[in-house]
Unconditional design. Structure first.
Length: 238
């Protein structure tokens, strides 16, 4: 038996005896950072005014926004994890929609934070470099820094003469969320990630209209934001 053959057999035996590299296993933390886009599939009710009643065709839509996203998963087992999605604050324009407000343009703006918690399932063996996953959970959306535009005030004044300013407030939202994503490990600790979420985000917007310092009217409108959320980034296993 040649020396080369003996060395080959020995190397193969060592490799066979070595434990497989664990891509993900119980106790791991996986952090991911990247660009995250909230793309609303929005719709709304008609504007309902205390003074004017329901205004058919007075609706709104919500535009998209991209921010820096961060997710963390903690592996309770080799295949079950708890995932958390966070991001820097999103900023959205609220635009007119429907037959009455469709050409009005930007009526208001808001910022929001949408922390989302999901239970994730990783179906692949723990040693696989490719780790797809699915998850279900809940979303909480906090709206803040809501502002109206002069366009909204002018539109309001055309319906209720004397209105000189407006403000708006959006209710926070709780809803279900679902996700699908995948990590691919480039090294033992570093990988790339892509993920998609769907979140049930519904809010009621309250609009106050003022004639000088006197409140002239209060209107409400129900908005279903219901966004698809897309993220592409890098991952690191701790």
């Amino acid at each position: 038996m040649s020396r080369t053959f003996k060395l080959g057999v020995l190397a193969a035996a060592v490799m066979a005896a070595a434990p497989a590299v664990q891509a993900y296993e119980a106790g791991d933390f996986i952090g991911r950072v990247g660009a995250v886009t909230v793309d609303p599939d929005s719709s709304s009710s008609n504007l309902n005014s205390a003074a004017l009643g329901e205004i058919n065709g007075a609706q709104v839509s919500v535009d998209s926004n991209t921010q820096l996203g961060l997710t963390v998963s903690y592996m309770f087992t080799d295949q079950i994890a708890l995932g958390v999605l966070g991001a820097t604050p999103f900023s959205h324009d609220i635009e007119g929609d429907g037959s009455v407000l469709g050409g009005a343009g930007k009526l208001a703006e808001t910022k929001h934070l949408p922390p989302t918690i999901t239970v994730q399932y990783f179906p692949m063996p723990s040693g696989s470099k490719f780790q797809p996953y699915v998850g279900v959970g809940v979303n909480y959306t906090n709206f803040f820094e809501e502002k109206t535009t002069q366009t909204l005030t002018d539109t309001y004044a055309s319906l209720a003469p004397g209105v000189t300013r407006t403000d708006i407030e959006l209710d926070d939202s709780f809803g279900l969320a679902a996700e699908i994503g995948a990590d691919y490990m480039i090294t033992e600790n570093i990988g790339v990630n892509a993920a998609i979420w769907y979140a049930d985000i519904d809010t009621e917007a309250t609009i106050n209209a003022y004639a000088g310092n006197t409140k002239a009217d209060t209107s409400t409108i129900d908005v279903d934001i219901d966004p698809w959320v897309y993220m592409v980034g890098v991952s690191y296993k701790f």
